[in-house]
Write a protein that binds this ligand. Structure first.
Ligand code: MSP
Length: 508
């Protein structure tokens, strides 16, 4: 793409490879994919990054337990996460692995900068550590002898390097105040500000009692704390430490990090502090989404109720899963995954509303209007009203996407679908066929136009089904970006045989 397109850089967290991919991973990845696809269709030069977080004590111990070397262990799981991208039809531009040599080089470069600029010093750590969270906790934070997250903690005493996080309280508060859009949703922002206002302690940024990590430059008894290593992945992928790397120059100023609420603190506090200390601008935007429960229960390996994305796609279909995850809960809030809920959404929003609109219009045109794009006459007020309702959708969905309001984005489009279904019922082309075929052609044309616009705008959520609808409307593949929204269908163009796009799921 040419340099004059605006840039958009979206990232998922990099996933720990100690576990098979589950719905939590699928959720962030699909959300990031929707943002990336939307921005590409809107003319942006997009870079969409996902990948795996492969170091740390958690991974080292899991490998030991599995009786294989950490390297063998992470290689196996990295493949499973790559397969997740394929399963979910993600449009990621790069898949990063923190065990790669380029990532090691980037993490070391950041470390060296922090040392050179006087932000890292050597000391001794004595405190609690939760391997599951890969996080340090102080005595006060513990709840019944466990981490506030419920993770087991263990006492750690070792030589360690520290980052002078305590010095960054004021700069961070100033940064949040000057950048009100840095973090969403608002409720989470308030939590983070409160936490920083409470004071920050220097952060241990190396470990010296195990070895699976990026070696600390000049002191290889230590490996870098896995979160410092992991966060720098967002720079590695752009070619950092080469500050003239085109990807870095173009995309770093436009980054949007999507994360789950559990890892907000690492991204909202540590990450901007590391970056400011290294002389790099903090991220532009960070959005924390909520957590899914399964049929009302917290999802956890020990309860044995994790949700496998492969099983979901096999049971419900990919576009159905993508739509459900984006539509069911306002992005940022928590929500419940249940078989009944996904069946309800699939049958009502997809099969009855979107699918039925497409099917009834296209099969009618195939049977009764010569299987070509109809020729419209003058538009009646009701035609104009329907088209006028759809008109602001690009502006409205853009605003929703820029706030990561993904369920709002779906809602906007589905109000158009509902209105179009009401219009078909009222205009009754099946009656017009006998009384006024010219008017029938106008009605069908208006409906196909509405369908075309909505299918173009919905491509990021349900890419498979929208591609089929646009094929059936004979919209060429190179005329499906938002720049073509105003390029109406040409009467007389031959249409292929229509077929249903969203089958109903039978209740089990
Ligand atoms: N490796 C770190 C991230 C480093 S980013 C520099 C990590 N990995 S993770 O694999 O444990 O988690 C990845 C994401 O999955 C997190 O954003 C987390 O919020 C999300 N989820 C895990 N379980 C989830 C649900 N039940 N529901 C929704 N998302 C959840 O953390």
């Amino acid at each position: 793409m040419s340099a004059k397109n605006p840039s958009y850089y979206v990232t998922t967290p990099i996933y720990y490879v100690n576990d098979a991919p589950h719905i939590g991973h699928a959720y962030t990845s699909v959300a990031a994919d929707v943002l990336a696809r939307f921005k590409r269709l809107d003319g942006y030069d997009v870079f969409f990054l996902t990948g795996t977080d492969e170091h740390g004590q958690k991974i080292e111990r899991s490998a030991e337990k599995a009786g294989v070397s950490p390297k063998e262990y992470v290689d196996g799981f990295a493949e499973k996460f790559k397969a997740l991208s394929t399963l979910l039809n993600l449009s990621d531009d790069h898949f990063i692995r923190t065990t790669s040599p380029t990532h090691h080089a980037c993490a070391k470069a950041i470390w060296t900068r922090l040392v050179t600029r006087g932000h890292i010093y050597k000391g001794h750590y004595a405190g609690w550590y939760a391997v599951r969270d890969e996080a340090f906790y102080n005595e006060k934070e513990l709840v019944n002898g466990k981490a506030p997250t419920g993770a087991d903690v263990e006492w750690v005493e070792e030589e360690s390097y520290f980052f002078n996080l305590s010095q960054w309280q004021e700069p961070l508060l100033e940064f949040y105040a000057n950048n009100p859009d840095f973090m969403g949703p608002q409720s989470r922002r308030n939590e983070v500000v409160k936490f920083v206002e409470g004071g920050l302690r220097d952060l241990s940024v190396s470990r010296s009692t195990f070895g699976w990590g990026v070696p600390v430059p000049g002191d290889e008894v230590h490996v870098m704390y896995v979160w410092l290593d992991a966060l720098t992945n967002y720079l590695t992928a752009l070619g950092f430490p080469d500050e003239n790397a085109p990807l870095y120059k173009e995309h770093w100023p436009n980054v949007v990090h999507l994360v789950g609420k559990d890892i907000l603190r690492f991204h909202a506090v540590y990450w901007p502090a590391f970056l400011m200390a290294a002389g790099i601008s903090p991220p532009k935007r960070l959005f924390a989404h909520g957590w899914w429960t399964n049929e009302g229960q917290k999802i956890s390996k020990s309860l044995g109720n994790t949700i496998d994305p492969h099983a979901l796609v096999a049971t419900y279909g990919l576009d159905q899963v993508r739509y459900f995850m984006m539509r069911e809960i306002p992005f940022g809030g928590d929500g419940d995954f249940s078989d009944a809920a996904i069946r309800r959404r699939t049958n009502s929003d997809l099969a009855n509303d979107f699918g039925n609109l497409s099917q009834r219009v296209l099969s009618f045109v195939a049977k009764h209007a010569g299987a070509v794009v109809p020729t419209p006459g003058d538009f009646h007020p009701e035609d104009k009203a329907l088209l006028a309702q759809i008109e602001p959708f690009l502006k409205e969905t853009r605003a929703a996407i820029d706030q990561q309001a993904l369920s709002r984005y779906c809602e906007i489009l589905w109000t158009g679908i509902a209105e179009a279904n009401r219009y078909v019922d009222a205009a009754a082309p099946w009656s017009l066929r006998k009384t006024d075929t010219a008017r029938m052609e106008t009605v069908l044309y208006v409906l196909m136009e509405v369908l075309r616009r909505i299918a173009i705008l919905a491509q990021p959520i349900t890419p498979g089904a929208c591609a089929k609808i646009l094929d059936q409307l004979s919209v060429p593949e190179d005329r499906r970006s938002f720049a073509f929204l105003d390029k109406a269908l040409t009467p007389g163009v031959v249409l292929p045989t229509p077929e249903g796009v969203f089958p109903r799921l039978e209740n089990q």
